[in-house]
Structure formats: structure tokens, C-alpha cells
Design a protein around this ligand. Structure first.
Ligand SMILES: N[C@@H](Cc1ccc(O)cc1)C(=O)O
Length: 429
């Protein structure tokens, strides 16, 4: 299957510039996707774009991941309703190192001709003078053209700074630079990037003097739909915020659980976008899933595949063991006997002695006592207990005023369950 066919059946193709299929059939092609270092880690929204690069390489083409050391200093207005605060240069440089390391995990760098590469646009922008940029990039597009982009149009009422307005020129120039220096012919991205990507193809066309419909050495754009959920809520967020690829920011256990808890309505989409299972494998898994949905076969397949890609097979095996353990009737005994490696992956929350001193009962413990990890307020904790949602060491507790003998549980673990899906291990030092 070729790259475009692959994306099509996976539902990963939103738009592309015509002629791309011929280009890809003609020769090994180089494509890039950029990632701005706005956070110390990539999140699962970025993973959909990474999968584009992954498929591109698997189909025999050469992927380049660009870290936006320069563009991150400006801030992309695409999809943003308001002007953004700058990040400090120290933060940006630290973020850049973090996301570069992550990007390197997903692609093959020793694959011969189509080996992946990572580049950083700070390398070509740091020496660029302001006058040079106006002459080399700004002159090739009209302000009228730049204003017609959604990212700018949407901000005309509320205002957009010259700085953010110029963002598309930077991204556009990146494409031109990579086209010239690395023969990059295609830029890909999420559907919100269409405007910025086509600014690039436009700069290339004008600077290279091609006809509007020239196919010789033309540059192409391809976008993938933003992943959405059937219930209309935002994909990629859990209750505790973004789902990050960095184990320090989202534990592998929480990462695995995120996929495991996907709704049946969403999981066919997720398995196509985020895993490399083939069409036949997915259809087979879907058949098995339909016969016994309660076994969550599809969710497990996605959770295992993605957690392995992001955190490695060893950690994935441990979080699967941790998840099974927590849902078992004998969880309390199993935790007591767990290995160090397994304990390292369990969602253990150390309860602070000062907070405990203020707890009178279970309601207090599962709200303020655990730093609002389980419930944001005493009121909600109380309601959950009254609604039969809470168990302690696998035994249902229905009295919100249940007293806890904190002296007795010192040095032990307490397993708190909230509903069917959430488990917390509290440790008392
Ligand atoms: N604008 C892209 C990141 C990017 C940066 C530079 C590029 O050349 C390409 C893409 C985003 O916000 O996701």
C-alpha cells in the first residue's frame, strides 16, 4: 500500500495539494513536520503528527522532524483565540532538548537512504538579520495574502501583533530553506497547519519562479484531521490535564489507563491513527471486540501498542501487571508482595504527615488529605461516598464520617477505589 492509500483507510488524510500522489510514486521523497518547543514534552496530540512521519518512512520515504527553536520564540497564532505570552529563552532551550529527545524515539535514524533527521530552525534563523529576512522572505507575499489565512482572519477583531502575524512567514521560509538544502518537497501537519504550510508552498513557488500549475519540483502540503471524540469533549485530555509523552509528567500507568478507558465509540478511530496494526489485524480485533465488548479488546490493543511505542516494552509489561493487580480482588495482598520494579509503576501517592494531621475521617482523607488528587472538595468526596462509589482496601465504605486510625496504618498502603475505573494507592510514612 502506498502512503496516501495508507492514510486514507486510516482516516488520517484531511487535505493535500494535487499531484502529491504522482510525486510520491515517482521517487523517494523528503517530507517534514515541525514541532514548537512550547512545553518540556510532546503530548498525544503531537503523536498523530509523528505517526504521519512514521508511515511516511515505512512507505520508503525520508522523514524530517523539525524542532521550532526559532518559531517557538514567536508563537503560532493558528487555532489560538488570543495573543500568547512569550516563553523565556531558558525555558525554550530546555523544552527544545526535551522534545528533540522524544522525537528521536519514534523514527529510524539508521535506515540508509531514507533515514530520519531532526533539524532545528533556530540554526538558520539565528544568523538572519531583520533586513535580510524582509528582503529574502517578506517580499514574496502580499499582506493581503497573509491576512486571508484563518489564523489571522479570526484575530482581526480582537487584534494580532506584528510578531504573531509574521509567524507564517517563518514557517513558510523554513519550508523554502529545507526545500533548497534538503530537497524537502512536502510539509505535513494537523489540519490547523494548512494555512502555514501553504504559505510555504507559495513562497517556494514565487522564489523559484514556477508557474502556478508547474509540477516540476513543486512543493506539496498534506494535513491530517485533528483527533476528536464522539462525545464532543477534547481529545487528549484526562481529568488531570494533557496526556504527555514524558513519564515524569504523565506516569506510564496513567498513560496506559488513558487509552484503556477510551470510549467504544472512539476506539476504532484511535487504533487506526495511533497504532501500526494493519487493516486486516484491526478488522479482526474489531470482530472479536464486537462479540464481547466488555473485554475491551480494542482498548487493550491500543493501550499496549501505544504505551510500548512511547515507554518501551519493559515498562509497558509492568503497567499492564500493575493495572491487572489493582483491579484484582486480592490487590491488597498483591501490593504488599510487589517487586520494586512493579511498585515503581503503581500509582502510589505518599500522604503528607501535615495534611493527615488535619483529617478527621475518610471524607477528609480523599479530598484535602490527598492534596485534592482524588476529589477537589470535601463536598464531592462526601457525595461520592454516599453514592457508594468509594471502597477502601476493596471494601465499600458508605459512611462519609468513617474514622480512620492513622496510627495503625502508618507504614502501610491503603487502596482507595473510586468507581470502577480509578484506583489510588496511598502510602503513609
Ligand atoms: N506551527 C507548527 C510548528 C512548526 C514550526 C515550524 C515549522 O517550519 C513547521 C511547523 C505548530 O504550531 O504546530
Amino acid at each position: 500500500m502506498n502512503f496516501i492509500e495508507e492514510l486514507r483507510w486510516r482516516g488520517m488524510l484531511q487535505d493535500m495539494i494535487p499531484g502529491l500522489e504522482d510525486q510520491l510514486a515517482k521517487e523517494m521523497t523528503v517530507a517534514y513536520i515541525g514541532f514548537d518547543p512550547t512545553a518540556p514534552s510532546l503530548h498525544i496530540g503531537n503523536l498523530a503528527a509523528i505517526m504521519l512521519l512514521k508511515h511516511f518512512q515505512l512507505c520508503g520515504h525520508k522523514p524530517i522532524a523539525l524542532v521550532g527553536g526559532a518559531t517557538g520564540m514567536i508563537g503560532d497564532p493558528s487555532g489560538k483565540a488570543a495573543e500568547r505570552e512569550f516563553l523565556s529563552e531558558d525555558t525554550l532551550r530546555a523544552n527544545q532538548i526535551g522534545i528533540q529527545k522524544q522525537l528521536e524515539k519514534f523514527l529510524e535514524f539508521h535506515a540508509g537512504a531514507n533515514s530520519a533527521e531532526v533539524v532545528n530552525n533556530y540554526d538558520w534563523f539565528k544568523e538572519f538579520s531583520f533586513l535580510g529576512f524582509l528582503r529574502e522572505a517578506g517580499k514574496f507575499l502580499t499582506v493581503n495574502y497573509m491576512m486571508s489565512k484563518d489564523s489571522v482572519k479570526k484575530r482581526l477583531e480582537t487584534g494580532i501583533s506584528f510578531t504573531e502575524f509574521s509567524y507564517q512567514l517563518l514557517q513558510g521560509y523554513d519550508f523554502y530553506h529545507l526545500y533548497k538544502t534538503k530537497n524537502v518537497r512536502l510539509q505535513m501537519g494537523g489540519s490547523d497547519q494548512w494555512g502555514n504550510i501553504t504559505t510555504g508552498t507559495e513562497i517556494i513557488r514565487r522564489k523559484e519562479g514556477h508557474d502556478e500549475d508547474a509540477t516540476e519540483r513543486a512543493a506539496f502540503a498534506l494535513t491530517t484531521p485533528l483527533v476528536t471524540k464522539a462525545d464532543g469533549t477534547k481529545f487528549g485530555k484526562s481529568e488531570s490535564g494533557n496526556v504527555w509523552l514524558d513519564a515524569e509528567k504523565t506516569s506510564p500507568y496513567a498513560f496506559y489507563q488513558f487509552w484503556l478507558n477510551a470510549a467504544d465509540a472512539d476506539v476504532p478511530r484511535l487504533i487506526r491513527v495511533f497504532t501500526l496494526y494493519t487493516k486486516e489485524q484491526i478488522e479482526e480485533l474489531e470482530k472479536q471486540h464486537a462479540e464481547a465488548p466488555h473485554l475491551r479488546i480494542l482498548q487493550k490493543a491500543v493501550a499496549e501498542e501505544v504505551t510500548t511505542r512511547v515507554h518501551g516494552a519493559e515498562v509497558c509489561a509492568l503497567v499492564i501487571e500493575a493495572s491487572t493487580l489493582l483491579f484484582s480482588k486480592d490487590a491488597v495482598e498483591l501490593i504488599a508482595g510487589a517487586s520494586e520494579a512493579l511498585l515503581g509503576q503503581l500509582p502510589i501517592h505518599e500522604v503528607s504527615a501535615t495534611l493527615i494531621a488535619e483529617c478527621k475521617n475518610l471524607t477528609d482523607l480523599i479530598s484535602v488529605g490527598t492534596d485534592n488528587l482524588i476529589f477537589p472538595s470535601k463536598g464531592e468526596a462526601r457525595k461520592a461516598i454516599q453514592n457508594n462509589a468509594i471502597s477502601v482496601n476493596k471494601v465499600k465504605v458508605t459512611d462519609p464520617n468513617s474514622a480512620l486510625d492513622f496510627e495503625k496504618i502508618r507504614g502501610q498502603y491503603l487502596l482507595v477505589g473510586n468507581g470502577k475505573q480509578k484506583n489510588y494507592i496511598l502510602s503513609f510514612k
